[in-house]
Ligand binder design. Structure first.
Ligand code: PGA
Length: 303
C-alpha cells in the first residue's frame, strides 16, 4: 500500500513538473523575448534576459506637407494607446516637424527621434542642427550612419563615430545603422563590411555606453527596394553583430544591445523577422508613412 502511494506521488510530481515546464515554454513569448537558440541554432546562447523590442519609423524627407505630418502623428498616437507596453515605439520625422509631432505624441506610447545631428553644440554652422537643440525639444533617439547619409551626404565612418559619441555624451540614444551594398552582399562580404563599420563607428565607445546604443542592420540592397532580407539572412547577420559586440565588450553587454533590422519591412514581413532570436526591432522607412501599415508593424504578432 505504502509502495503504491509512493509510486503515485512520484507520478504526480513528474507530470506536474512537465506540465509547468510546458506552460512556461508556451507563455514565454508573453513575458519576455526568449533569447535562447531553441528555434534557431545560430542565435545567442540560452539566457532569459529581456531585451525590449524597439520599432522605429524613419520618415526620411517625408511628408512634404505639414498638415500630413500632423495627421500621421495623430493617427499613430491614437493607435499606439492599445499597443503592447513591452515594446518601445519611436517616430523619426524631419527636423521642421519635430516639435509639432512631439505635441501630437503627448500621452501616447511613441517617443521622438531625429534623423541627423552635427557634433558641435552651436555656432557658425549654417544648415546644421545640434544635439543639445534636439534634446531640448524632447528627442530621445538620433540616427547615425544611415546609408542615405553615408552615400548622398558623404558621412564617413569617422563622422559617424563622432556623432555616436556626441549623442551618447548628451544623454540620447544613437541608432547606429550598418549594412552592406548589393555587390558586397553578392561577394559574400557582409561580415567584413559590417564588422569594419562597427569597428570604426564605435571606436572609443565604452562598455557602459555600448549597452545604450541601438544597432540597425540595414542591408543597402533592401532599403526602399521591396527586397526584404529573408529572416534567415537577417538572423545570421544579427547573430554575427552580437558576436562582434561580445568579442569587444563581453557577453553581458552583447546580450543587452538591441539590434533592429531595416530594409523594406512591411506588415507582411515583420512577424517572421521579429520571431528571429537576435532581431530586437525594426527600422522602417516607406511603410512608416502610412498610419495603418505602421500601426500593424508596431503591433507585430509574436509567433
Ligand atoms: P525602407 O527604409 O523601409 O523604406 O526600406 C528603411 C530605412 O532606410 O531605414
Amino acid at each position: 500500500m505504502a509502495k503504491n502511494n509512493f509510486i503515485f506521488a512520484v507520478v504526480i510530481t513528474v507530470s506536474s513538473t512537465l506540465f509547468f515546464i510546458e506552460a512556461f515554454k508556451n507563455s514565454r513569448n508573453f513575458i519576455t523575448r526568449d533569447l535562447s537558440t531553441s528555434q534557431n541554432a545560430r542565435g545567442s546562447q540560452l539566457t532569459m534576459m529581456a531585451r525590449k523590442p524597439i520599432i522605429a519609423g524613419n520618415w526620411k524627407m517625408n511628408p512634404v506637407d505639414f498638415g500630413e505630418a500632423l495627421d500621421l502623428a495623430e493617427k499613430l498616437a491614437a493607435s499606439s494607446k492599445t499597443m503592447a507596453d513591452d515594446v518601445e515605439f519611436v517616430v523619426i520625422p524631419p527636423h521642421p516637424f519635430l516639435v509639432p509631432v512631439k505635441e501630437k505624441l503627448e500621452g501616447s506610447k511613441i517617443k521622438l527621434g531625429a534623423q541627423n545631428a552635427f557634433t558641435e553644440d552651436k555656432g557658425a554652422y549654417t544648415g546644421a542642427v545640434s544635439t543639445p537643440m534636439l534634446k531640448s525639444v524632447g528627442v530621445e533617439y538620433i540616427l547615425a550612419g544611415h546609408s542615405e547619409r553615408r552615400t548622398i551626404f558623404k558621412d564617413d565612418d569617422s563622422a559617424v563615430g563622432r556623432k555616436v559619441t556626441k549623442i551618447l555624451k548628451d544623454g540620447m540614444t544613437p541608432i547606429l545603422c550598418v549594412g552592406e551594398l548589393k555587390e558586397e552582399f553578392e561577394e559574400g562580404l557582409v561580415e567584413q563590411v559590417c564588422g569594419l563599420q562597427l569597428s570604426k563607428d564605435l571606436r572609443g565607445v565604452t562598455a557602459d555606453e555600448m549597452r545604450k546604443i541601438v544597432i540597425a542592420y540595414e542591408p543597402v540592397w533592401a532599403i526602399g527596394t521591396g527586397l526584404t532580407a529573408t529572416p534567415e539572412i537577417a538572423q545570421s547577420v544579427h547573430a554575427f553583430i552580437r558576436k562582434w559586440i561580445e568579442k569587444k565588450y563581453g557577453k553581458e553587454v552583447a546580450e543587452e544591445v538591441r539590434i533592429q533590422y531595416g530594409g523594406s519591412v512591411t506588415p507582411e514581413t515583420v512577424d517572421e523577422l521579429m520571431a528571429c532570436p537576435d532581431i530586437d526591432g525594426a527600422l522602417v522607412g516607406g511603410a512608416s508613412l502610412a498610419a495603418d501599415k505602421f500601426s500593424r508593424i508596431m503591433s507585430y504578432k509574436k509567433l
